[in-house]
Design a protein around this ligand. Structure first.
Ligand code: PGA
Length: 255
């Protein structure tokens, strides 16, 4: 059966890599996936390596994502990087609302919304992360938490804007822990997200790509991708080695 949506895999390199290391990894990933069709692949290096990596990858097929952006385009905001600057550096996407930013840096849904709208204004595709903590899951609050994060992040977006976003469901308890959600757990939340978006626009919901993230590895991606509403992966640890990331993309895009 043909997939309803084109699979998308994004490597989130987090706070890792010199410029030279990032270039080497990006080059290996590009070469490793060059022969693949019917899949989109992105890598998200640190800010310092974005421009160099984007230049290296400019002939495709791998695109470059940033890991955050600010909501204003320019001005007196020491330390921040704007969406137009990321576009200028060669980025096509930006990861927003990652749970590490929510937990360690106090990022709120309202900020994620402002950042997502700034990204869309600049011409970047936001990859918006949502996910519950273990305490929330154990208390039966998973879907309520996802709903609040989703509604907050997508507030005031037009249908045309909704068409350009990607959602990543990343249960906080699965990130970097080696404990991934079961395919059934992932599917339950992915289906919920699609239904929630469908309440606003059925057409946009049908084409929305929903990635799963949290301890995705080459040997567990197939079972996740077999679920109807899992359209790809946001990959942390397993994207830091070209060998494992390329294997993961090949496994995941051949389901
Ligand atoms: P992980 O990270 O694959 O190392 O669990 C995923 C993420 O945080 O995006």
């Amino acid at each position: 059966m043909a997939r309803a949506r084109r699979p998308f895999f994004c490597g989130n390199w987090k706070l890792n890599g010199s410029i030279a290391e990032s270039l080497a990894l990006a080059t290996e990933v590009r070469n490793g996936v060059a022969s693949l069709r019917d899949v989109d692949v992105a890598v998200a290096p640190s800010f310092t390596a974005l421009h160099a990596v984007a230049k290296r990858l400019e002939d495709g097929p791998v695109t470059v994502a940033a890991q955050d952006c600010f909501w204003e385009d320019k001005g007196a905001f020491t330390g921040e990087v704007s969406a137009p600057q990321l576009l200028d550096a060669g980025c096509k996407q930006v990861i927003l609302g990652h749970s590490e930013r929510r937990q360690l840096l106090g990022e709120l849904d309202a900020a994620v919304n402002l950042k997502a709208r700034a990204a869309l204004r600049a011409g970047l595709a936001p990859i918006i992360c949502v996910g519950e903590t273990l305490a929330e899951r154990d208390a039966g609050e998973t879907l309520g938490r996802i709903q609040a994060q989703l509604d907050g992040a997508l507030a005031d977006m037009t249908d045309a804007e909704l068409a350009r976003i990607v959602i990543a469901y990343e249960p906080v308890w699965a990130i970097g822990t080696g404990r991934n959600a079961t395919p059934a757990q992932a599917e339950e939340v992915h289906r919920f997200i699609r239904t929630r978006v469908a309440a606003r626009s059925a057409a946009q919901a049908g084409q929305l790509r929903i990635l799963y993230g949290g301890s995705v590895k080459p040997d567990n991606i197939r079972a996740l991708m077999a679920e109807e509403n899992v359209d790809g992966g946001l990959v942390g640890g397993a994207s830091l080695s070209a060998d494992s990331f390329v294997r993961l993309v090949k496994e995941g895009s051949s389901v």
